[in-house]
Design a protein around this ligand. Structure first.
Ligand SMILES: Cc1cc2nc3c(=O)[nH]c(=O)nc-3n(C[C@H](O)[C@H](O)[C@H](O)COP(=O)(O)OP(=O)(O)OC[C@H]3O[C@@H](n4cnc5c(N)ncnc54)[C@H](O)[C@@H]3O)c2cc1C
Length: 502
């Protein structure tokens, strides 16, 4: 069956069913909630207007933090909560979340006092129930050779956790095992409208397939808006009022070729010149960032500007022995943090002070829940909270969740990568993967690890990308050419042109 007939069959199935819950938004919040509802026996529909994890959940630092930042405001309750969430993910999902050692280095000039930071890290360790390795002082370490002698002090190491493979894969891990005759995840499918039918006690939701351009409707008893940075605009479209809203903070990382000396993530405290920035090893690259700047609407927040890159390079070159320039950048990574505030919030300063808490709000009139804020780290506690609200109002309609059957992974090689990756045809058949971008960005890390979105510095991987495009076009060469052309155009505008003006 080809992609369009598969999708049409799914739309027919979804259109004739009546769901207990429909979730809009397949980022980490929607995905984790989807898993929890399916496991509790609910019949659930999950839709995303792009690919799953194509919003902010593909652009994070991929860290599972215990909330160290909150110690600066003595918010001990949040540290306890986040540390418990981190420890639970490490314990219950050892294949997806792994313990990770971090190195903190502070600037000599104006940086924080190392003994004080050591004390804070020790307190953090205790608040994390002493489950991790005890923080300690290290004078000699492999990453030291990357930084200018004299500029930075000794290091302190402490333990957090991080997701394995990527944040997109972490999101997909909650969704893909829950595809069956009752529970339907559909990507590239946008919620464009809908009404609540009081007499029937059901939402009728209008969906638009962005790949085949079809439109269809589904029915659901309960609706959850987990649209991340788009939550407020979706609520406005349905006339939903909430006591919360989002402040949007854009975050950019640049991906640079990784030096072998970089073995663990390094947090560089820039002292009086800047906030902390991180150099995070990730496969063959290292991520440097992130920035944090306020944006007014999501669309402007998902594009990297030359100023973002200039800022990150200048901060890196203050510390690094070897000067980096735009030509050293392998990939760019950009997302919009949806930060929850009270609707009356009027602050306009730096968003770093805004809490990264999550909130959910059940509308008083209609069965509609809006999800605000949140992090990868707190996805389970948010999902459990929303599940609790739904359980009070809707009974699960399925006797027991269907067992997921595992299919043997088919792997292949990609030029320039030492590790094998899942093949494009396997991803299409098993992982709802429909395009070059879905495959290169979220089913594999190719577009982040190989220069210019996987094309290579001089388009040397064009033939391999054409073969992959052919898979998604079912061998229709003209369609594959068109898809490849569109992908190259995206790389020219979103990468080449941006770097050319740095
Ligand atoms: C630079 C950066 C670094 C970060 N680092 C970390 C970290 O290390 N650890 C951590 O825990 N958190 C981190 N975060 C925060 C974390 O990534 C986000 O809080 C989280 O990914 C937000 O998830 P979400 O599901 O709310 O939103 P998203 O991932 O944006 O998902 C929302 C989805 O809704 C879909 N959607 C919107 N409107 C519609 C519609 N009408 N119909 C259908 N679908 C729709 C979108 O396509 C999107 O996929 C970081 C964030 C940034 C920006």
């Amino acid at each position: 069956m080809n992609a369009s007939s598969f999708r049409r069959a799914v739309f027919d199935q979804a259109g004739s069913a009546s769901f207990d819950v429909a979730i809009v938004g397949g980022g980490i919040n929607g995905a984790c909630l989807y898993h929890h509802l399916c496991s509790a026996g609910y019949r659930v529909l999950l839709v995303d207007k792009g690919d799953f994890a194509s919003g902010t959940s593909q652009a994070s630092a991929m860290m599972i933090w215990g909330g160290l930042l909150y110690l600066s405001t003595l918010d001990v309750a949040t540290v306890l909560r986040l540390s418990a969430s981190r420890n639970r993910l490490v314990r219950e999902m050892p294949d997806s979340v792994q313990r990770l050692k971090f190195r903190y280095i502070s600037a000599r000039q104006g940086g924080r006092n190392l003994s004080f930071v050591h004390f804070v890290l020790y307190l953090y360790w205790i608040l994390g129930f002493c489950r991790s390795e005890r923080p300690h002082h290290e004078r000699s370490f492999s990453e030291a050779s990357l930084f200018k002698a004299g500029g930075l002090q000794d290091s302190l190491t402490y333990e957090e956790a991080g997701v394995a493979i990527s944040d997109s894969r972490f999101v997909l891990g909650w969704i893909l095992p829950n595809q069956n005759s009752h529970n339907i995840p559909i990507n590239h499918c946008e919620l464009v409208g809908g009404v609540y039918d009081e007499s029937e006690g059901m939402w009728r939701l209008d969906l638009k397939d962005r790949l085949c351009r079809d439109e269809f409707s589904v029915r659901a008893r309960f609706m959850v808006n987990a649209a991340g940075a788009w939550t407020d605009s979706l609520n406005a479209r349905f006339n939903m009022e909430t006591p919360f809203r989002h402040v949007l903070a854009k975050g950019v990382f640049i991906g640079l070729r990784r030096s072998p000396e970089l073995q663990i993530p390094v947090i560089v405290d820039g002292g009086r010149y800047s906030d902390c920035l991180s150099l995070i090893p990730w496969g063959p690259i290292s991520l440097w960032g992130p920035t944090e700047t306020t944006v007014n609407d999501p669309s402007s927040g998902f594009a990297v500007n030359p100023e973002d890159i200039r800022f990150l390079l200048s901060q890196l070159n203050r510390h690094r022995v070897r000067t980096a320039n735009a030509g050293d950048i392998v990939s760019l990574r950009c997302g919009v943090r949806p930060l929850v505030v009270e609707r009356s919030f009027s602050g306009s300063g730096p968003t770093l002070q805004i809490s990264r808490h999550h909130r959910s709000w059940r509308d008083s009139r209609l069965p509609w829940i809006s999800v605000y804020g949140g992090k990868l780290t707190s996805c389970v506690s948010l999902a459990r909270k929303v599940l609790e609200v739904i359980m009070k109002e809707v009974k699960p309609s399925l006797p027991a969740p269907e067992e997921a059957c595992s299919v043997e992974l088919e792997q292949t090689t990609f030029a320039g990568l030492s590790d094998r990756v899942p093949s494009a045809s396997w991803c299409m058949q098993n992982e709802l993967c429909w395009s070059l971008d879905d495959y290169l960005r979220r089913r594999t890390n190719i577009s982040q690890w190989i220069p210019r979105g996987g094309l290579g510095e001089k388009d040397e991987n064009l033939t391999q990308l054409k073969e992959i495009a052919n898979v998604f076009s079912n061998g229709d060469s003209a369609r594959a050419d068109h898809a490849l052309h569109a992908y190259r155009q995206k790389i020219r505008t979103g990468f080449d042109s941006v770097l050319a003006t740095v």
